[in-house]
Design a protein around this ligand. Structure first.
Ligand SMILES: [Zn+2]
Length: 383
């Protein structure tokens, strides 16, 4: 038809959120030896409902959520979980959820009924993948909790009960016929559970940026590259404490983006932990809102180039109750884009966010860490 102009339609971005996520109860961070910790006042567990709840609140206040398409989570089924997790782990989680609460593994507590919330978190990330793969939305943010990336096949770990990203990636492959998936993990801790799941799998490229040997100890070294057919498809980029916006930008430009493009995924899942922020008590990085915006834009660009924009962001960590929610809201605002005249969500850190050294300088130790990673990864990727 002559003269018909193609009008770009508005990007549709899904939001998975459910108030039941805020009922996941991690209890108190009890320190058992009272001789070493003699104070009487209880210490709240760092994985609190405040992060996700406040992130949603900010998305509402800044008009972001209203521009997103609501995607309802469903409870993940046993069949969907056992693509990775053992039946024994499922049974243990169910049993603990029938008590007043306990640990589902190594530091992954749930309260009574917590199995349903954990299943809703995995089911939420799956719902985001379903919506993107069916074309209901172009991209989606699964603002779920508990997080997932530390969860191993046979146990919960590091506040994670089920590995949301892993079971969602397998859903994309089993139900939607996707072959190649990129999972990019920018949580400040290493995504050990996800690495373990795809250790020998060449069809799922796992890239992790994390603080060097922070948690879990021993995981995420640059020479951990996968085995067998999967060799080279695990990419670890350990960064020194203090790496901020400038260093992360360098890592994306020099390593993450070129490797991602060469792999050319059909779907991208981002394990988005906002605990590399400058205010986080469980990490020692210096990222600010603009850094999270830049990383989101970088992955949107790769997705646009490789897979028609198919991008699912799933919530992992983030423990600064006054700041991590802003980072999450900024990610969502970046996904939906700014309307004409609309302003960016302001950084509560103020001007200092952009002027602190970590925002403008590439530290020598960060540059060296990237040199090391690049020289090792060059045997698998054109860098
Ligand atoms: Zn983390």
């Amino acid at each position: 038809l002559v003269g018909v102009m193609s009008v770009p339609r508005e990007r549709r971005v899904g939001l998975v959120f459910d108030d039941r996520y805020l009922t996941h109860n991690t209890g108190l961070d009890l320190i058992e030896d009272r001789a070493l910790y003699p104070f009487a006042e209880p210490v709240p567990h760092p994985s609190s409902p405040a992060q996700a709840g406040r992130a949603k609140h900010l998305m509402d206040l800044y008009g972001v959520a209203e521009r997103m398409t609501r995607v309802d989570p469903e409870l993940v089924t046993d069949d969907q979980l056992t693509v990775y997790h053992t039946p024994e782990h499922l049974a243990r989680v169910t049993a603990i959820a029938g008590t007043d609460g306990g640990d589902t593994g190594a530091g992954a507590p749930i309260g009574r009924g917590g199995d349903r919330v954990a299943r809703l978190a995995a089911g939420g990330t799956i719902a985001a993948v379903d919506a993107v793969m069916r074309g209901t939305v172009d991209a989606a943010y699964a603002l779920v909790r508990p997080p997932g990336h530390h969860a191993m096949a046979d146990e919960g770990m590091g506040f994670c009960v089920f590995n949301n990203a892993v079971v969602a990636a397998r859903q994309a492959q089993r139900v939607h016929g996707v072959k190649k998936i990129l999972i990019l993990d920018w949580d400040v801790h290493h995504g050990n559970g996800t690495q373990a799941a795809f250790w020998s799998d060449p069809n799922v490229l796992f890239i992790s940026l994390h603080q060097d040997d922070l948690y879990p100890v021993g995981w995420g070294a640059v020479d951990q590259v996968g085995i067998g057919e999967g060799e080279g498809f695990t990419v670890n980029i350990p960064l020194p404490a203090g790496t901020g916006n400038r260093g992360y930008a360098e890592a994306f430009a020099r390593l993450v983006a070129p490797i991602s493009r060469q792999f050319s995924p059909e779907l991208i899942i981002v394990s988005a932990g906002q605990d590399a922020s400058v205010f986080d008590k469980l990490g020692r990085m210096s990222m600010t809102l603009s850094g999270y915006r830049a990383m989101t834009e970088a992955m949107m660009a790769v997705a646009a180039e490789c897979c028609d924009g198919k991008l699912v962001v799933t919530q992992e960590g983030g423990y600064a109750p006054e700041y991590a929610p802003y980072c999450s809201a900024m990610i969502a605002q970046t996904l939906v884009g700014l309307l004409p005249g609309e302003e960016l969500i302001p950084d509560p850190y103020g001007e200092r966010a952009e002027t602190q050294p970590a925002s403008v300088e590439l530290g020598l130790d960060a540059a060296e860490a990237m040199d090391r990673a690049a020289s090792l990864l060059r045997q698998y990727w054109n860098l």
